[in-house]
Design a protein around this ligand. Structure first.
Ligand code: ADP
Ligand code: ASP
Ligand code: MG
Length: 460
């Protein structure tokens, strides 16, 4: 199919659509998502997550469950989730052999993980969630009369070999997409593939980190130069804060790349933090909507929006680890921070936020890998840092971020925020590095209330 316009043949629009775990949770959810695809002829590439809850179960198994009864129970849960979908297919036999083979692999790998857990094995094991769901989703599309082709994304999604948070190789992805995906796009078919998973140079399976399917979809959209990226989830777009945190959260119809990137970066779970990087590089507008209620519309994320507001949204990111390094030698000295960063780089520790005083520096650790939990400093890194300064590590903290526009120039913005938070004790306040955000840490047990209070004061 091609569109003829003033004697020029214009290629038809191309959309990459991504469906998250709740959008492919069971047969009903998969069928709703498949209908969205069928109704949009431009949606030629579909990336999906594992069925809801499956990755969590696989991560548990990958961590090694020694008790065989408990292990069998998790395996049984996985069997039930996929069996339920299979049993509602018109032709289950088309895919039941593949599903059983993958579930058998999971059982074998889970036993291996008891004796020899590793980040590499974790990625191999958790990748089965997306491998399983794509067999079922492609079959549902086919049974609805579409022509779906299941494709293993690992041959295109090339990454380095940092298991659990692999870094995509965008040049290799583009080359592989050109040779493997583009030829398939010319046919009247829908490519159904996996988010989240990839492969290293030697072919070993990797993952992009929890929630990474959004990022996968953006990378593929960039590689095939799609016109749009659609992220289908369980809420009709982005809100002024997580609607699960504040029922009064307000929907956002349109938001700029800059603002949405800040939201994703500061923990708005609706988007993996890196999702918008490829979209911005290729200037691909992103739509976020609910697969449960597509008619409700959603949020468009694009380069520019009309009249961006002063306060846009609040994000909350928990499981923060704060490291405070104190040394009197820091006073008027040079080279101290360079030495700290050299040690952190040596242990591949990525820093998120940083604040300094004359004798101390506080930083938070980045946390994205598939294994989950709060990030920690390796003992060897602490020992090396201890030669230089005192090291205090604190957990049980959450990061609250206010996202907006020209916050630094807005008179009284900080007073408005901190005046509202009188009864809390915000720490490590970061304001000024970007005009788009103001953020601080609070204790986990007061974080939800702090966001609600702030939301009430600034948005309601
Ligand atoms: P999926 O499985 O589809 O990727 P996620 O659970 O990762 O879905 O992301 C969707 C969830 O993001 C929503 O259910 C919502 O609770 C949460 N969320 C966090 N911040 C926001 C926000 N600002 N607007 C909308 N949803 C948000
Ligand atoms: N299934 C993976 C996860 O649960 C990736 C994703 O859903 O985006 O983290
Ligand atoms: Mg997600």
């Amino acid at each position: 199919m091609s569109f003829v316009d003033n004697n020029f043949t214009v290629p038809p629009p191309l959309t990459v659509a991504k469906f998250g775990g709740t959008s492919v949770a069971d047969h009903a959810a998969m069928s709703r998502s498949a209908s969205i695809i069928k109704e949009n002829p431009s949606a030629k590439v579909v990336l999906i997550s594992a069925c809801s809850g499956v990755t969590n179960l696989l991560v548990e198994l990958a961590n090694g469950i020694a008790d065989s009864e408990q292990r069998s129970q998790r395996l049984q849960q996985l069997q039930t989730i996929h069996q339920n979908i299979l049993s509602q297919l018109s032709n289950p036999e088309t895919v039941s052999g593949d599903i059983q083979r993958l579930l058998n692999d999971v059982a074998a790998l889970a036993t291996q993980a008891v004796h020899n857990p590793s980040a590499q094995l974790t990625d191999q094991l958790v990748s089965h969630g997306e491998l399983l769901s794509t067999y079922l989703f492609a079959q549902i599309l086919n049974e609805m009369g579409a022509r779906a082709l299941r494709f293993d994304i690992r041959s295109v999604m090339k990454t380095d070999s940092q298991f659990g948070k692999a870094i995509p190789d965008t040049d290799a992805i583009r080359q592989q997409a050109e040779s493997q995906l583009n030829p398939l796009l010319t046919n009247d078919q829908i490519i159904v593939s996996q988010g989240f998973i990839g492969s290293a140079d030697n072919g070993t399976t990797t993952t992009l980190g929890r929630g990474g399917s959004d990022y996968s979809a953006a990378l593929i959209a960039e590689a095939i130069q799609a016109d749009n990226l659609e992220i289908w989830t369980d809420v009709p777009g982005m809100y002024s804060t997580d609607p699960r945190l504040a029922a009064t959260a307000q929907p956002i119809k349109e938001i700029s790349f800059c603002e949405a990137s800040e939201m994703a970066n500061f923990g708005a779970k609706i988007l993996h933090p890196s999702t918008l990087v490829p979209a911005i590089r290729q200037q691909i507008p992103v739509f976020i909507g609910s697969s449960k209620a597509p008619e409700q519309g959603g949020t468009w994320i694009r380069e520019h929006v009309e009249q961006p507001p002063k306060f846009r949204a609040l994000a909350l990111r928990c499981n923060q680890t704060m490291v405070t390094l104190t040394s009197l030698n820091m006073f008027h000295a040079y080279g101290f921070l360079a030495e700290v960063f050299r040690i952190l780089a040596k242990y591949k520790i990525s820093i998120d936020l940083i604040t300094t005083s004359e004798v101390s520096v506080s930083l938070t650790l980045d946390q994205t890998d598939t294994g989950g939990g709060a990030p920690t400093l390796p003992v060897a890194a602490i020992e090396e840092l201890n030669q230089l300064c005192r090291v205090d590590v604190e957990q049980d903290l959450c990061l609250v971020a206010l996202i907006g526009n020209k916050l630094g120039e807005a008179p009284g913005a900080a007073t408005q925020v901190f005046g509202t938070l009188e009864q809390y004790s915000p720490r490590m306040i970061c304001f000024g590095a970007s005009t788009h955000n103001l953020c601080f840490l609070v204790k986990t047990n007061e974080s939800r209330e702090a966001v609600k209070t702030l939301h009430h004061a600034l948005f309601e």
